[in-house]
Design a binder for this molecule. Structure first.
Ligand code: ADP
Ligand code: MG
Length: 189
């Protein structure tokens, strides 16, 4: 229910051979959605084009198929919603809304840096969901770079402390799948 996925992507449609840095066994285990039931965190990390959003949508889909309410949103959209709600005096309502889904998928953390106020609002969301809801985050930045993303090392540490407590980290290396596909077809070298 309530997913709002940006595209249709499935695990069956993911070519594991094209992405040797991913352990297919770990992804198959995540596909059981046990981590969702446990309220754990999954981090999908890696450069652009390596399949983070694809896997995020596919794992979100698996969670929905098993009956877990799932909300998909970009990090930018979540931060914008929190900042606006805060300015309009309805932060509490927004936090309650975003804490409700059993799984919250937050795509593309790190493409834009947060303002200090935004980092603090994001921290409140992570705290609210901590040990209740499961969270899946994708990021083009390594965890070590998140201090820079949040613009505040203290808040970043507090966020990471909660997110990493019960977490499964999938670090994806290698080239963009899109560029590889284009190279194969001879469109680029
Ligand atoms: P990212 O979110 O890491 O930038 P995407 O998930 O958007 O990358 O992947 C870019 C495109 O390539 C998408 O259309 C995605 O479905 C496809 N893609 C990436 N990796 C694979 C893969 N291993 N198998 C099949 N399709 C892939
Ligand atoms: Mg993406």
């Amino acid at each position: 229910s309530i997913a709002k996925f940006p595209c249709v992507r499935t695990l069956e449609g993911f070519e594991f051979e094209a992405q040797p840095s991913i352990d297919p066994k770990l992804v198959r285990e995540l596909a059981t959605s046990r981590w969702v039931a446990n309220g754990d965190t999954v981090l999908l990390l890696g450069p652009p084009g390596v399949g983070k959003t694809h896997l995020a949508v596919a794992l979100g889909r698996e969670a929905i198929l098993r009956g877990y309410s799932t909300l998909f949103a970009s990090a930018t959209s979540i931060v914008t919603q929190l900042v606006r709600a805060h300015a309009e005096g309805r932060l509490e309502e927004k936090l309650t809304h975003l804490a409700k889904p059993k799984l919250l998928v937050i795509d593309e953390l790190g493409y834009l840096p947060f303002e200090a106020n935004a980092a603090h609002l994001f921290f409140q969301l992570v705290s609210r969901r901590y040990e209740r809801g499961a969270t899946l985050l994708t990021s083009n930045r390594s965890v070590a770079e998140w201090g820079g993303v949040f613009g505040d090392a203290v808040v970043a540490t507090a966020i990471l402390d909660r997110l990493l407590h019960h977490s499964h980290v999938v670090t994806i290396r290698g080239d963009s799948y899109r560029l590889k596909a284009k190279r194969k077809s001879g469109l680029v070298r």
